[in-house]
Design a protein around this ligand. Structure first.
Ligand SMILES: [Zn+2]
Length: 185
């Protein structure tokens, strides 16, 4: 079992046979899960598991605008790992959000691949106060702030309204935030 420094509600801690559930946890089909955000403690002596609440933990909340990295994606849904409120203000703890295709633009798109790609850094807004966090890109300020070539991995440069790879010549599309990082002045 990989021991994490912090758990969030719903995270698996162990199975019921391994440790006796104590404070800050709940049992779901024989699996002990975290009920609160905190540090998991496996008390070997008393054979019990509990979650010690962490004070001053920065948990994303509804309305927050965060930067995240596209960690997994399919045509309709992407998992975004939050990295911070801005580049200079990283988050200390790891949270993820779910971006659904309906939360990208007012107009209908066929696939998320039209607007984001794996490893892109995107700015999103959090829509709820619990896990899983749901995020949206439906705002002029929101979108991709750094994108990398799907072919060779080099940063994509914005030239007029097109993203171009200066390494291999590839051209790609994204929904860009107004302050896209690699913009040709
Ligand atoms: Zn390239």
């Amino acid at each position: 079992m990989k021991q994490r420094s912090i758990v969030t509600p719903g995270d698996m801690l162990c199975i019921e046979e391994e440790f006796i559930p104590h404070a800050g946890v709940y049992v779901d089909s024989g699996v002990v899960r975290a009920l609160i955000v905190g540090k998991p403690v496996y008390d070997i002596v008393n054979r019990r598991v509990y979650v010690k609440p962490i004070r001053n933990i920065q948990v994303p909340k509804s309305g927050d605008v965060v930067l995240g990295v596209v960690e997994q994606m399919r045509d309709e849904v992407a998992i975004v790992r939050f990295v911070g409120y801005d580049i200079n203000k990283p988050l200390k703890h790891e949270f993820r959000g779910v971006l659904h295709i309906s939360q990208v633009a007012e107009t209908r798109i066929q696939s998320l691949y039209e607007v984001i790609r794996l490893s892109d850094v995107i700015r999103v807004k959090v829509l709820n106060n619990y896990i899983p966090f749901i995020v949206t890109m439906k705002d002029i300020r929101l979108g991709v702030i750094a994108a990398f070539c799907s072919r060779c991995g080099a940063p994509l440069t914005k030239e007029k309204e097109v993203l171009k790879c200066r390494a291999c010549g590839n051209r790609e599309m994204r929904k860009l935030a107004p302050d896209y990082l690699f913009t040709l002045k």
